[in-house]
Design a protein around this ligand. Sequence first.
Ligand SMILES: O=C(O)c1ccc(O)c(O)c1
Ligand SMILES: [Mg+2]
Length: 628
Amino acid sequence: MQTAIATVSLSGALNEKLEAIAAARFKGVEIFENDLLSFNGTPTDVREIIAGLGLQPITFQPFRDFEGMPADRRERVFARAERKFDVMQALGCDLLLVCSNVSPDSLGAIDRAAADLHALGERAARRGLRIGFEALAWGRHINDYRDAWEAVRRADHPAVGLVLDTFHILARKTDLAAIASIPRDRIFLVQVADAPVLDMDYLSWSRHFRNFPGQGDLPLLDFMAALQATGFDGLLSLEIFNDQFRAGSARSVAVDGHRALIYLLDQLRARTGVATAGVPGLPPRARCRGTAFIEFAIDEGDAPSFRRVLGGLGFRLGGIHKSKAVERWCQGGINLVVNTEKEGFAHSYNITHGTSVCAIGLEVDDAAATLDRARKLLDMPFRQAVGPGELEVPAVRGLGGSLVYFVDPKSELARVWDIEFAAPDSGPAPGADAGLTRVDHISQSMHYEEMLAWLLFYTSLLDVTKTSEQDVVDPGGLVKSQVVQAPDGSVRIVLNASQSNRTLSSRFLSEMFGSGVQHIAFATDDILQTVARLSANGVDLLPIPENYYDDLEAKTDLPPAMIDRLRAHNILYDREDGAEYLQAYVQSREDRFFFEIVERRGYGGFGAANAAIRLAAQTRFVRQSQHM
Ligand SMILES: O=C(O)c1ccc(O)c(O)c1
Ligand SMILES: [Mg+2]
């Protein structure tokens, strides 16, 4: 299988797109005519750029409104095609993609389309070129791959073949059974695109909302399995019309595309047991066992107050790094790493972002295999110099340049705390343990354009599923929120983004100079006891308005004494199908990260019903603090 991507999928000028495509290690490229027309260079120049980058131009496209034109316009259409053939020969590209006619002037009948395709095939063959015919979902007469195939079959010309595009096929929910009857050498090109399920006309949906395989909701694996059954081993190309991708960085979008394709073929192998030739086998998606640690990059000036916050939350100093200015703070099964080093990764991260989470450590079944998978998915491994007596903990770059480390219970990594840390001689007197048991979830804020990329990063690497996208109302605008989580809930990561720059999520991005962890939720088995201890430790919780509790009283059958306790401690409450969720937020005076406490009583969600209340309370609180 040869992997490729269409230039239309990326931002920039043609040369920039080509460079990004080569850098992302694709072999082939579909040249979109508009990218050529707007490029300041001849087709021969483009041919040289492509060759210089080690790429192959696999298709020139699209050639529109061809088949079924009335007799008086037919010659004109062929003359137009001959001009495109000239360009293709200069480009060194042998396949012209002809998409089905959308013109109201066009005439139907498969035989007419077949005759036109045959005649075009004759002309193409004279120049050593080929024609691939594709059914657009909104084609006037041909909008179904089965009709396109019938036209190609009847054209009966070796230079005329079929182009299958998953968007057009799956958007219309076309039955896939007929793919099995298409001889594999008659399929000249397969274009893959995913998309979220949206209720809109095919053309707008296709031109603005396509995304990479795995980023949308279309049953791409069903299609791939049907295609694999034909023995197809040809060109597989991403053709993604997406407004966010066109606005993003061509280089990172191209890498995302390749990652998505590798992951798609990996899932296909897992499903059918048949590997795709030329695609390396990957270790399975990493099974998550929990959050091993969260590392904070802190400068020395901020460290005392940060330690006070941790102490107030019931954490105690559990270890001091043997050779670095790094501390381990513990409570229940939670490990927080406080890094105040003056060099190295955490230090540079702190210089750019200030006090922030610079790394997340995930416990997986097999850390080395996880890193191997990450490499094969074109994720970015991270290494820095390791001192004597230190372990090299496998890591990749995560959101906003932060790190994701992998540890496991089966290697030396399991003993990292014993190997690298010594017991503290003395430390600040700890506040009372607050009963926090584990990291419940980590919430990350990012730019809207990045969200699809990070969903793909997590879902392709880890054994996690994503929930559907939710809109949360912030006083400053809407926030899109989507969760990736392990099947057993051992790891839950909430991804937030908004297009408004006035939401808490966006203010965090500007305050922190980039995307990153905005809040961390710790779990407790008894939130009432936890908040009582926090209160005794002098920790203030975010005030929740009285109206909220009045409404809670009206809509639930909670006993008044319980409502009073929730009210007294500023605890938010949600119930779904008998399962309960209780949450409280630690006050934060800035638009920076903050902590949350949650108790789940069989509850799997994230208190979506309370999100708007909480965001309003936080916004109000930060504004008041800033005016004090
Ligand atoms: O949106 C279009 O017009 C268009 C053009 C060429 C394609 O291959 C396609 O899938 C869509
Ligand atoms: Mg297409």
